[in-house]
Design a protein around this ligand. Structure first.
Ligand code: NAP
Length: 262
């Protein structure tokens, strides 16, 4: 059973995870981070010790949650002493759990399929957790931890987790970037960015209620060549934007013409 943890990393995921762990009564024994500022702030929030040297990491937590970047998860875990009866888990989308295999028999993944920002509040109980473990006992412990956090969990293998991560890049990261590009176009034309918010709200409402496929609208769907030419003319001095516009328009056109059997 996981009753106490050390959290390694003090970035976005660590921040939200620490808050959720605190709410569920898990004892956070220590924060490790290379970043003295965010590390000590997070330790202050968790009311626990902060260290920035691997050699100072406490040996007696039930679990060690690695939430740095992929390379740091590997490097720091390699520097840690072997802790055969402890649980090592990481929160990464595209990293195998076997990075821990030489350190403990009990290891796994605790990947939250959500987008985290420090400045935005989040109901952690709505975060789907993708779990994977080296043995049935560790898997059971990760299920119990997920339940303590009031989260829905999914047993997802490494191959499927990578696909999920890829899906997140399309559905969240690319979508977000497209909204950012739209905001920049508004700014460049001296139009208030506020005007886009109702459109975004209604777009998300439609996607969530009826799915993305039937929510699509716009000139590429209608194959409205005149509008698309006008847009590309406006973007003619910006190769990046005109390339993205053409690529996405072509993808939309092909998607619906394939579905219609044309
Ligand atoms: N953000 C998300 O939406 C999200 C969602 C699901 C899963 N994840 C995964 O969760 C993990 C953490 O992501 P995050 O968004 O919390 O990242 P983050 O905000 O960038 O924080 C990363 C943390 O790792 C530290 N770090 C980076 N490189 C390091 C190194 N070479 N040595 C030691 N520490 C290092 C950073 O320290 P500094 O502050 O000094 O850079 C920071 O404390 C990643 O595996 C990510 O893939 C992220």
């Amino acid at each position: 059973m996981i009753n106490s943890v050390v959290v390694l990393g003090s970035g976005k995921v660590s921040y939200h995870l620490v808050r959720a762990l605190l709410r569920s009564g898990i004892n956070i024994k220590q924060i490790f981070s290379r970043n003295n500022n965010t590390g000590s702030q997070l330790a202050g929030l968790a009311n626990c010790g902060f260290v920035n040297e691997v050699s100072d990491i406490l040996p007696d937590a039930d679990a060690y949650i690695f939430s740095m970047n992929d390379d740091a998860d590997k490097v720091v875990s390699q520097k840690l002493k072997t802790r055969k009866n402890k649980i090592f888990i990481h929160t990464a989308g595209s990293l195998g759990m076997n990075i821990f295999e030489s350190k403990t028999e009990n290891y796994g993944v605790f990947y939250p399929f959500q987008t985290f920002s420090q400045s935005t509040d989040l109901d952690f109980s709505k975060v789907p957790l993708c779990i994977e473990a080296s043995n049935p006992e560790t898997l059971e412990n990760l299920k119990i931890l997920s339940e303590k956090l009031s989260c829905k969990y999914y047993e997802i293998t490494e191959d499927k987790r990578k696909i999920l991560h890829l899906t997140g890049v399309f559905a969240c990261n690319f979508m977000n970037h497209c909204v950012y590009l739209g905001e920049e176009i508004l700014k460049g034309a001296d139009i208030s960015e506020e005007i886009i918010k109702p459109l975004l709200e209604q777009s998300f409402y439609k996607i969530l209620s009826q799915g993305a496929f039937s929510s699509q609208t716009g000139p590429a769907l209608r194959n409205d060549k005149i509008s698309m030419e006008k847009h590309l003319e406006y973007l003619q001095d910006n190769k990046n934007l005109s390339d993205i516009y053409s690529l996405l328009s072509e993808s939309i056109f092909k998607t619906y013409n394939k579905e219609n059997g044309e």
